[in-house]
Write a protein that binds this ligand. Sequence first.
Ligand SMILES: *[C@@H]1O[C@H](CO)[C@@H](O)[C@H](O)[C@H]1NC(C)=O
Ligand SMILES: *[C@@H]1O[C@H](CO)[C@@H](O)[C@H](O)[C@H]1NC(C)=O
Ligand SMILES: *[C@@H]1O[C@H](CO)[C@@H](O)[C@H](O)[C@H]1NC(C)=O
Ligand SMILES: *[C@@H]1O[C@H](CO)[C@@H](O)[C@H](O)[C@H]1NC(C)=O
Ligand SMILES: *[C@@H]1O[C@H](CO)[C@@H](O)[C@H](O)[C@H]1NC(C)=O
Ligand SMILES: *[C@@H]1O[C@H](CO)[C@@H](O)[C@H](O)[C@H]1NC(C)=O
Length: 622
Amino acid sequence: MLRFLLPWMLTLCLAFTWASATRRAPLAMRISCGARQNVHTKQTGTLWYKDYAYTGGIPANATVPSSITPPLQTLRYFPLSEGPQNCYNIHRVPKGHYNVRIFFGIFGQAGAATEPLFDISIEGTQIYSLKSGWTNEDDQSFSSAQVFLTGGSVSICFHSTGHGDPAILSIEILQIDDNAYNFGPQFGQGIILRTVKRLSCGFGQSKFDKDYGGDPWGGDRFWHHIRSFGQDSDHPISVETRIKQASLGPNFYPGTLYRSALVSTDALSDLSYTLDVDPNRNYSIWLHFAEIDSSVGVGQRVFDIIANGDVVFEDVDIVKLSGDSYTALVLNTTVPVNGRTLTLTLSPKEGHAIINAIEVFEIIMAESKTLSDEVSALQTLKKRLGLPPRFGWNGDPCVPQQHPWSGADCQLDKSSSKWVIDGLDLNNQGLKGFLPNDISKLRHLQILNLSGNSIHGAIPSSLGTITSLQKLDMSFNFFNGSIPESIGELTSLRILNLNGNSLSGRVPAALGGRLLHRASFNFTDNTGLCGIPGLPSCGHHLSAGAKIGIGLAACFGFLILVTCLMCCWRRRQNILRAQQIAARAAPYAKARTNSSRDVQMTRHYSYGNARTAAESGPILHS
Ligand SMILES: *[C@@H]1O[C@H](CO)[C@@H](O)[C@H](O)[C@H]1NC(C)=O
Ligand SMILES: *[C@@H]1O[C@H](CO)[C@@H](O)[C@H](O)[C@H]1NC(C)=O
Ligand SMILES: *[C@@H]1O[C@H](CO)[C@@H](O)[C@H](O)[C@H]1NC(C)=O
Ligand SMILES: *[C@@H]1O[C@H](CO)[C@@H](O)[C@H](O)[C@H]1NC(C)=O
Ligand SMILES: *[C@@H]1O[C@H](CO)[C@@H](O)[C@H](O)[C@H]1NC(C)=O
Ligand SMILES: *[C@@H]1O[C@H](CO)[C@@H](O)[C@H](O)[C@H]1NC(C)=O
C-alpha cells in the first residue's frame, strides 16, 4: 500500500511546493494614520502599521465617514500652517506594480464634522481631487490607483486646496500582477490607472475582494453594489453555480462576481449606465459578463456595446465568446471622453442585454520628476535659510504641476525630460542663516531673488558657476565680505542688485565693463564697495585697519633697509682695513687674499639675497 502511496505523496508535495513558490503572497503594507500602536482589525485579521514616528501633520481621533472604511480609530490631518503639501515617504517598497489605496478621514464631533476637499498625488503625479459630497457615497470615501513603483520607495502627498485640512485615515500599498489591467500597447511603467468606478451589478451587497474570498493578488478591490441602472428598464438576477474562467491571472476576479447580473426587462431594449467623469481624459473600461441563464444558447443573446455613442464592441455573444454558459468573459476598451459624462449602452440585436460588472479607470500619464540634484539643493536651502513651515516644501518641487513649491519656477528640460528650477523667488520671507554653496546645483536658474531677508555671511563664489543667471537680486540682506570674482563670469547677467548689504572691497572688474551694455547693477548702500565707474576708486577708501597695516609694513621695510646699509658699510670698512694690514705684513699675504675673496663672495651673496627679498615684499612677513 505504502509503495503506491509514496510516489503520489511525493508528486503532491512537489506540486504543492512548486505552487507555493510561484504563487507567493503579494506584498501588502497597510498604515493606520495617526495610530500609536499597530492595529489588528478583528473581522478580517488585518494588520495595520502605526505611523507614530511620522513627524508631519497632527494625529486625531477619527469619525468613520462611511460603512466601508476600515474600522480604525485614528487619522492624521494637515493644517495649512504646516504648508500646502504634506507627504508620506514610504521606504522599502520593492519594485513592482501596486494598488495604492487611501481612505479619507473626517474628524470633529459628529454633525459638526466638516468634509475636507484636497488633492492627492503619488510619486509626483496628481491622481485625484476630492469631490464635495464624498462623505455621502461609500465608494467616494477612498481613492485607489494602480501604479508602477520602481524607486524602492513611494511618496504620497496631500495638497490643500483651501477647503479644510486634508485628513487621512489609512494608506494601503497592495502588490498586484505586473500585467494586471494591461489595456493595450500604451500600458506600462509610465501609466497610472485610477479607479473611477467599480460596480457589481444585480443582487448582493458591496464587497471587497477579500469578502468574496478573492485572490490576494487582486489587490483587494472594492465592488460597489448596484441593483438597477434606473428607469425600470432592468432587473437583477443571480445564481449559485460555480463560474469557470474567473479568478485567473493577471487580474484574479472573484468568481462570485459573475453569479449576479442586471438584465434588461424587455427584449431588444437597451441597458444603459451613465457616470460623471472629468472631461478631456482617456478612460479604460472593463466589462464583465457570464451567461448565467442556462436556457440561453449561442445566437440567442447578441448585443452591441456603445460608449458615448460609438460602438466599441459589435455583436457580443457571451456563450460564443467565452465558450460555455457559467463562464467569465472580460472585454476591455479605451475611450477618450471630452464631456463630463460617460454613457455605456448595451444594445441588443437578439434577446435581452445582460451585464455582471463594470470597471472604469482614468488613464493617467505619470509625471516625470525634478532633477534629483536640484531637489537636494532646494532641501539644503530650506534647512540653511530656515524656510518657514508654511512653505511646506515637501514632495517634488515641480510636480504635480498643479502644486509646485511656492517660490520655485519650473521648466521641463527637454534633453533629460526632467523638471528643472529656472527661477527662485524668496523675497521678503524672513529667511536667515547663510546661503550654502549648494545653491550652485540649481544650475538652470535664470532668476534668483532673495531680496529683503536677513541672510548673513559671504556671497558664495559658487554662484558664479550658474551661467544661466540673468537676474540676481540679493538686496537688503546682511551679506558681507567682498563680491566674489566669479560673479564677473556671469555673462548673461542683466540685473544685479546687491544694494543694502554690508559688502566691501573691489567689485569684479568684469562687472564694470558690463555697465556699458545697459545692464542694471545696484551696489549702493554697502559698507565700502569700490573699483568700477560710479563707485569710489579703491585706493581712497581704505579701511582704518588697512591703513594701519600699510603704515606698519612701510616702517618695517624702512628699518630693514637702514639695517642692511649699515651692515654693508661696516663690512666694507673691515675689508679695507684688512687689505691695508695685508699690504703691510707680507708673510700672511696669500692667506689673507684668500680670506678677502671669501668675504667678498659672501658679500655678493648676501647682497643678491637681500635684493630678491625686497622685490617680493610679502615674503618679508613670512
Ligand atoms: C481619542 O480617544 C481616546 C479614547 O478613545 C481618548 O482617550 C482621547 O482623549 C481622544 N483624543 C482626542 C484628541 O480626542
Ligand atoms: C484589453 O484590450 C486590448 C486591446 O483592446 C488587448 O490588447 C488586451 O489584451 C486586452 N486585455 C485583456 C486583459 O484582455
Ligand atoms: C488619449 O489617448 C490618445 C491616444 O493614445 C492620446 O493621443 C491622447 O493624448 C490621450 N489624451 C489624454 C487626455 O491623455
Ligand atoms: C525681487 O523682489 C522684490 C520684491 O518683490 C522686487 O521689488 C524686485 O524687483 C525683485 N527683483 C528682481 C530682479 O526681479
Ligand atoms: C561676515 O559676517 C559673519 C557673521 O555674520 C562673520 O562671522 C564674518 O567674519 C564676516 N566676514 C567678514 C569678511 O566681515
Ligand atoms: C539702488 O538701490 C537704492 C536703495 O538701496 C535705491 O535708492 C536706488 O534707487 C537704486 N538705484 C537704482 C539705479 O535702481
